[in-house]
Design a protein around this ligand. Structure first.
Ligand code: UD1
Length: 418
């Protein structure tokens, strides 16, 4: 059981390197099994979810090494198609192995995936997409799923009624080795999908329409070895921008593409931040309290749901009453209850949280409710008088390499307690 302790009211100043993207690296690691040779991924974050993915790949028979943010997957020895329950249920991304295993072996078995408790996270769109490509999927008791295809999957038109990130990835991974052409209509446009497509193309896949809502995949019979570098994590960058918003001060974020955070930068600028983007760099300066704003989350390029709880923390110290409407995950307001323990004035009504800011907040004991909710407690703790102790930090370590190292580098008084 580890906890994080923060002594608040210390403005930030410094530079931070942004770790590689979790949500890009995870499906790439899963896609590595489509190549019967060796795949090298660079700038992979050293986080719990990646370690869990490595355990799954190893349990399937792959040989993996992960050193200094370089993940090497040798998948020629893949010999099993069933994902063990302990790993499958430990994180959401295990589900994209369904498409990858179907593509490589024509069969797969897994369990309903785990991940953060942020509302119902059905997989009907994943199943629909894979069925369009000819997979037969059985949902057995005990939350087990099995999938089978006759030799090779066949390309098809797949309509996604909602641009689900995971379902788009699953269909992509299933389609690259399928016979014929697949067109995904209503595909998610998150930058991590674009990265995944470029990675697949670097292995010899033929994916076009990258960056749009219509992806075309011309199936190929085999892929080849590749080396690919994962981009900086826009959500981790958004987290540290939020920390500068609550604590005040200035910071330079390196290794991240500001173009992927346009809506977030627009919102923070409207709240009073001075922002500049350069080549893989974002500079932020924040003086005084932020001014309130109203934000609605949505699929990319709208405001990311993954920064919703951080936005609550920023609004909790802003001047005036602002709001956040959550349109992607309906139960994602758990962080609001924890922020209230620090004196935040938040009123949640259906899909909208109304927040009246006050400054400073009051340091106290809070819990990391989920990955980003936990990070939001750190952002709030920076603007709280006294000490904030965040417990159940395991959630945070699933997605942040070392949030204490990064914030300490920016001048925060923060430490990890075992
Ligand atoms: C991914 C990200 C997560 C982010 C989310 C939205 C990863 C590992 N996780 O999650 O950090 O918050 O995108 O940007 O990349 N839905 C269905 N049926 C499905 C699939 C999804 O109804 O089969 C619904 C979900 O309940 C949710 C919405 O679609 O309301 C978005 O989910 P989705 O885009 O699939 O998110 P994930 O891929 O789970």
């Amino acid at each position: 059981m580890s906890a994080i302790e923060i002594q608040g009211l210390c403005p930030l100043k410094g530079e931070v390197w942004i770790q590689g993207s979790k949500n890009a690296a995870l499906p790439m690691a899963a896609a590595a099994i489509l190549n019967r040779g060796t795949t090298v991924l660079k700038n992979v974050p050293g986080i719990q979810d990646i370690r869990c993915m490595i355990q799954i790949l190893t349990s399937l028979g792959c040989r993996c090494s992960f050193e200094g943010n370089v993940l090497t997957v040798q998948a020629e020895s893949l010999s099993r198609v069933a994902i063990p329950r302990t790993y499958g249920t430990a994180m959401r991304s295990s589900i994209v192995l369904l498409g990858a295993l179907l593509g490589r072996c024509g069969e797969a078995a897994t369990y309903y995936p785990g991940g953060c408790s942020i509302g119902s996270r059905p997989i009907n769109l994943h199943i629909h997409g894979l069925k369009c490509l000819g997979a037969r999927i059985s949902e057995l008791g005990d939350e087990k799923l099995t999938a089978r295809a006759d030799r090779r999957l066949r390309g098809a038109r797949v309509n996604l009624p909602f641009p689900s990130v995971g379902a788009t990835e699953n269909v992509l991974l299933a389609a690259v080795l399928a016979r014929g052409t697949t067109v995904i209509i209503g595909a998610a446009m998150e930058p991590e999908i674009g990265q995944l497509c470029r990675f697949l193309n670097s292995m010899g896949a033929k994916v076009s329409g990258i960056g749009t809502g219509v992806l075309k995949v011309e199936g190929v019979s085999e892929l080849h070895d590749t080396e690919f570098s994962v981009e900086g994590d826009r959500i981790v960058a958004g987290t540290y921008l939020s920390c500068v918003m609550t604590a005040g001060g200035r910071a330079v974020l390196r290794g991240v593409n500001g173009g992927e955070l346009k809506e977030v930068l627009r919102v923070f600028a409207s709240m009073g931040a001075v922002l500049e983007t350069g080549d893989r760099q974002i500079d932020i300066a924040m003086k005084g309290r932020p001014v309130k704003c109203d934000v609605v989350t949505g699929p990319y390029p709208e405001f990311p749901t993954d920064l919703q709880s951080l936005m609550l923390a920023v609004l909790a110290v802003s001047e005036g009453t602002g709001s956040v409407r959550e349109t992607v995950f309906e139960e994602r307001f758990a962080a609001a209850e924890e922020l209230k323990k620090m004196g935040a004035c938040i009123d949640v009504q259906n899909d909208t949280a109304w927040v009246t800011g006050r400054y400073p907040l009051t340091g106290t004991g809070v819990t990391a409710t989920d990955l980003r909710g936990g990070a939001a407690m750190a952002a709030a703790g920076l603007a709280a008088e006294g000490i904030t102790e965040i417990s159940e930090c395991g959630h945070i370590f699933r997605g942040y390499e070392d949030i204490c190292r990064d914030l300490e580098g920016l001048g925060a008084r923060i430490r990890r307690k075992e």
